[in-house]
Design a binder for this molecule. Structure first.
Ligand code: ACO
Length: 428
């Protein structure tokens, strides 16, 4: 195949190089398009055909159901690694040695305290504020307490910024939930591993010792690993583009949290549980909702089914389904919502409409179920997604800064009014 793409505009013929990725993906390199064509640009709403960068971090193939971080298959990482190991691998490129991992863990723990003044900011939020809004604000507020900008030429400064956010973020995550529940704001324990500490900080009661259930811990570890990166999705692209203006790491992550909040992105896991609740309140008739989902005159969709990229299966959903079954069995959870979820899953997997359109349960269908079984409130589901995605955002921000990427600044095709004159108010 030729490594040149030819474009004809009028009588002029232009040539652009075709570049190839490590997994043979092809792209037309249009860097010189505007300059060589005297102002012609491409237009691609939603960037469905646009690669915004070259990246060494995550490879995914939606048709084949492949997801790999730094070359490692997600299935292997979910089975053999813990979240902190995966975070290190995503951010720094290779699996850590025992020594590197120990240092990473220790440095994160040393940074796992936030300025007490942050509590005052949290106090000012109403109790019914959505935790994603609170988390985004508090993450942005960290900038005020850690104001020095990161010199990206210094490996040490870069590393320090990374362990700072890795340490402080879980504290903010736990506090957003504890604030809602009226619980005292705690710091967990530096004796615990990263994921154990998250659980302790979230669930510890002031009057009793919190015992970590290893099944719950393992399931959360897996969930965080599965959500840790997904290449140039909406929130990751946001982090990269905000960071491309050289705004700091905390500010860039805060913007990513806002992007993740939406129901078309990270908010889908909340939407799944809200849908299941609505079905229960309506009598629990799953067949009625299956019919609604298939009815083209009805806007209802089965939340948690289908995926924009994965058209065969979502490899993350395959892994998490097993964990969900295990958690539900081991915890002996009895919950009508979960029964409805299981019924819907069974019916959809056998239904011709869903089979024909390759609509399988996605990762959000099962993650919501596990979070629910763990006792995590629905509004916190997207916050848990953010906790998992943090290393991915950091890795992508770091890569973008180290690659000296230019500021993200798309162009547009103007479709508004042509030149017209200003009329004074009394003449309008
Ligand atoms: N329920 C019922 N029908 C569906 C569903 C669904 N969940 N998803 C897709 N379809 C149907 C469509 O109506 C369409 O049918 P048609 O061909 O007869 O017109 C066909 O399947 C293809 O659907 P599209 O909307 O073209 O698929 P697209 O790739 O654009 O959408 C999306 C993917 C947005 C995820 C969609 O499947 C959906 O809305 N799912 C529910 C929401 C959800 O779970 N989102 C979370 C995604 S995972 C994540 O973001 C981490």
């Amino acid at each position: 195949m030729s490594d040149i793409a030819k474009l004809q505009i009028g009588n002029e013929l232009y040539e652009f190089p075709i570049i190839q990725g490590a997994e043979n993906e092809l792209a037309i390199d249009l860097k010189t398009l505007r300059a060589s064509t005297n102002g012609v640009i491409t237009i691609d709403p939603g960037f469905k055909n646009t690669g915004s960068c070259k990246s060494d971090i995550t490879f995914l193939d939606g048709e084949k159901g492949i997801l790999r971080y730094r070359g490692y298959p997600i299935e292997e990482l979910a089975e053999k690694a813990n979240f902190l190991e995966v975070a290190y691998t995503l951010i720094f490129g290779n699996l850590p040695t025992a020594e590197q991992l120990q240092k990473f863990d220790k440095d994160i723990k040393e940074n796992a305290v936030v300025d007490e003044e942050i509590k005052k900011i949290l106090e000012a939020f109403p109790k019914n504020a959505h935790p994603m809004g609170v988390l985004s604000s508090l993450t942005s507020a960290l900038t005020a307490f850690n104001p020095s900008s990161v010199n990206v030429d210094s490996e040490e400064e870069m590393y320090n910024a990374i362990v700072k956010i890795m340490g402080k973020f879980p504290v903010l995550v736990a506090w957003t939930m504890r604030k809602k529940q009226g619980l005292p704001l705690n710091y967990g324990s530096s004796k615990l591993g990263y994921v154990e500490n998250v659980l302790q900080m979230m669930f510890e009661k002031p009057n009793e010792e919190y015992t970590i259930n290893p099944i719950v811990k393992d399931a959360l570890d897996k969930l965080l690993i599965l959500h840790a990166d997904h290449e140039q999705n909406c929130s990751t692209s946001t982090v990269r583009i905000v960071g491309s203006s050289h705004a700091g790491l905390f500010a860039s992550i805060s913007a990513g949290i806002s992007a993740l909040w939406g129901p078309l992105h990270g908010g889908a896991n909340q939407a799944v549980l809200e849908m299941l609740e609505a079905i229960r309140k309506d009598g629990g008739d799953t067949k009625k909702y299956m019919a609604k989902a298939k009815d083209k005159s009805d806007s209802f969709r089965l939340m948690g089914f289908g995926h924009r990229v994965y058209k065969n299966f979502d490899p993350r959903a395959k892994i998490i389904k097993v964990a969900a079954d295990q958690v539900l069995t081991d915890l002996g959870v009895e919950d009508p919502i979960l029964d409805i979820a299981k019924e819907l899953e069974q019916e959809a997997l056998l239904d011709q409409y869903f089979v024909d359109r390759k609509l399988y349960p996605n990762v959000d269908f099962y993650s919501g179920i596990i979070y629910r079984a763990m006792g995590i409130p629905i509004e916190m589901f997207t916050v848990m997604f953010a906790l998992g995605r943090l290393p991915g955002w950091i890795a992508q921000w770091r890569e973008m800064r180290l690659n000296r990427e230019p500021i993200g600044r798309p162009r547009q095709i103007y479709t508004g009014q042509n030149l017209r004159s200003f009329n004074h108010l009394d003449k309008r």
